[in-house]
Design a protein around this ligand. Structure first.
Ligand code: GTP
Ligand code: MG
Length: 190
């Protein structure tokens, strides 16, 4: 599971998708750990580019996993330095994939476990739902909260989503919580 991963291409319009294999879309604030998540879930160090310069990717990056489905790394939202044109294109691109990609099987909304869901995270969640998808939440950077406080933090995060959503806490740094998500992703294709 997730043994074989390769980068295929970046695209801005789903008409350019490599083929109709299922896709799992990763959404989240810039710097939340989307690219790191692709690296850790595939056990690779540098498959997806992680950067200190956030928000650079303005394309949907397709990674083929086990020859069966694509993980799609979307540009981070909430990146202040992005130009108006890039921001508009980002929203159009997102709407396009959410509304028109019939092979879209799962939307993963990544948030920062320590920060909790921001207003923009909650708005994005609602936006995804309004277009007919029920996202799962992946809360990254679990390692930044001491173990004794993790339970309470998880409870607080759940409350902010009104308990209506599946939330997985992970650490890309310490490789925690990844198996549960691998299983959840695979379930999405049944
Ligand atoms: P954009 O491409 O700008 O949208 O960002 P991104 O969501 O792809 O974030 P990226 O994976 O590049 O990670 C941003 C920073 O957070 C990097 O410095 C990572 O090393 C760090 N990071 C990612 N995941 C974790 C985690 O689980 N724990 C800790 N401590 N740091 C993490
Ligand atoms: Mg990235």
């Amino acid at each position: 599971m997730f043994q074989n991963a390769k980068y295929i291409k970046g695209l801005t319009d789903i008409k350019d998708q490599p083929d109709s294999r299922p896709i799992v879309l990763l959404l989240g604030r810039s710097n939340v750990g989307k690219s790191s998540f692709i690296n850790s879930i595939t056990n690779r160090k540098n498959l997806a580019r992680t950067s200190q310069t956030p928000g650079k990717t303005v394309v949907l990056n397709y990674y083929l996993i086990d020859d069966t489905f694509y993980l799609v790394d979307a540009p981070g939202y909430g990146y202040a330095k992005r130009s108006k044109t890039d921001q508009d294109n980002f929203v159009i691109m997102l709407e396009n994939i959410l509304m028109n990609a019939s092979n879209l099987k799962l939307v993963c909304l990544l948030i920062d476990f320590k920060v909790g869901p921001t207003t923009l995270d909650l708005e994005t969640c609602e936006f995804v739902k309004s277009l007919g998808h029920t996202p799962i939440v992946i809360a990254t950077k679990l390692d930044k909260i001491p173990k004794t406080k993790q339970y309470k933090q998880m409870k607080d995060i759940k409350m902010k989503f009104h308990d209506k959503i599946d939330i997985y806490a992970i650490s890309n740094l310490e490789k925690q919580g990844l198996d549960d998500i691998r299983i959840r992703i695979m379930e999405g294709f049944k």
